[in-house]
Write a protein that binds this ligand. Structure first.
Ligand SMILES: Cc1cc2nc3c(=O)[nH]c(=O)nc-3n(C[C@H](O)[C@H](O)[C@H](O)COP(=O)(O)OP(=O)(O)OC[C@H]3O[C@@H](n4cnc5c(N)ncnc54)[C@H](O)[C@@H]3O)c2cc1C
Length: 201
C-alpha cells in the first residue's frame, strides 16, 4: 500500500466510460472503484455532484492510569464512563464526548472529570498516577449510524465512514460489506447504512 500524507485537497469524480478519478494538487489516480474512508475528515473530500459528507468530529479524551498492578481485573462500565485494565498493568479511563470541532487537545476539565469517575468506580485508583492523556476524533453522522454503501453521484465510489463510537468494533463487518460491494455489483444495499439516506451522496 502506498500511503500519501499531507496531500492537500482531494477531489473525487467519475471517469467517462466508467471508473473513479481521485485528484490531489500533485497527483491523480484512476481506478474501477474507490473507497472513501476519511473518518472525521470526510467532509473535506470534495466529491463531484455530491452533497458534503454529513460527518462531524466528536472529541473523546482518555486517561491512562498507573497504580497497583491488579487493582482492576476486568472491564468496568459506569454511568458516565468505563475502565479497561491493560496487559501492561495500566488502566484506561474513557471517555469524554465533546462537540468541539477539529480540536485534538486535552483539557484540565476532562482530566478532573475522568479521574473522579474512575475513583467513584474503583476507590483504590485515588492515588494512581497519570501515565498518559490523549484525545481522538470520532466521526458522527446526523443519526449516529455509519455510512457504508455506494455513491449515487460517483458510480464506483463506496463510502465507509461515520462509525462514531464503534469504528473498531465494526471493522470486520464494514470490511465484509465493502469487499462484497467491490466484487459483487449485485450485493444489496444495507438500508440502515445507505449513504443516500442523508442526501445526494
Ligand atoms: C476516545 C475514543 C474511544 C473510542 N473507543 C472505541 C471503542 O471502544 N470501540 C470502538 O469500536 N470504537 C471506539 N472509538 C471510535 C473509533 O476510534 C472510530 O469509530 C474509528 O477510529 C473510525 O475509523 P475510521 O477509519 O473510519 O476513521 P479514522 O480512524 O478517523 O481514520 C481516518 C483516517 O483517514 C485519514 N485521512 C483523512 N483525510 C485524509 C486525506 N485527505 N488524505 C489522507 N488521509 C486522510 C486520517 O488521517 C485518518 O488516519 C473511540 C474513539 C475515541 C476518540
Amino acid at each position: 500500500v502506498q500511503v500519501l500524507e499531507n496531500a492537500g485537497a482531494v477531489h473525487v469524480s467519475p471517469v467517462s466510460g466508467g471508473g473513479v478519478a481521485v485528484r490531489t494538487a500533485s497527483s491523480m489516480w484512476e481506478s474501477d472503484m474507490a473507497v472513501m474512508a476519511a473518518g472525521s475528515w470526510s467532509p473535506h473530500i470534495s466529491i463531484a455532484g455530491a452533497d458534503t459528507v454529513p460527518v462531524r468530529p466528536i472529541r473523546g479524551q482518555l486517561l491512562q492510569l498507573c497504580g497497583d498492578r491488579g487493582v482492576l481485573q476486568r472491564v468496568l462500565w459506569g454511568a458516565s464512563g468505563y475502565l479497561v485494565p491493560w496487559p501492561d498493568g495500566t488502566v484506561l479511563v474513557g471517555a469524554t464526548v465533546e462537540d468541539v470541532g477539529f480540536d485534538e487537545g486535552t483539557t484540565q476539565d476532562a482530566r478532573r472529570s475522568l479521574m473522579e469517575m474512575a475513583v467513584a468506580l474503583v476507590p483504590k485508583l485515588k492515588d494512581a498516577g497519570i501515565a498518559d492523556m490523549r484525545a481522538g476524533l470520532r466521526p458522527r453522522t446526523p443519526d449516529s449510524m455509519p455510512l457504508v454503501g455506494r455513491s449515487k453521484a460517483v458510480p464506483g465510489l463506496i463510502y465507509a465512514t461515520g462509525h462514531y463510537r464503534n469504528g473498531v468494533l465494526l471493522t470486520p463487518l464494514t470490511a465484509h460489506i465493502v469487499r462484497s460491494m467491490i466484487f459483487d455489483a449485485g450485493y444489496p444495499t444495507v438500508p440502515a447504512l445507505d449513504p443516500l439516506r442523508h442526501g445526494n451522496l
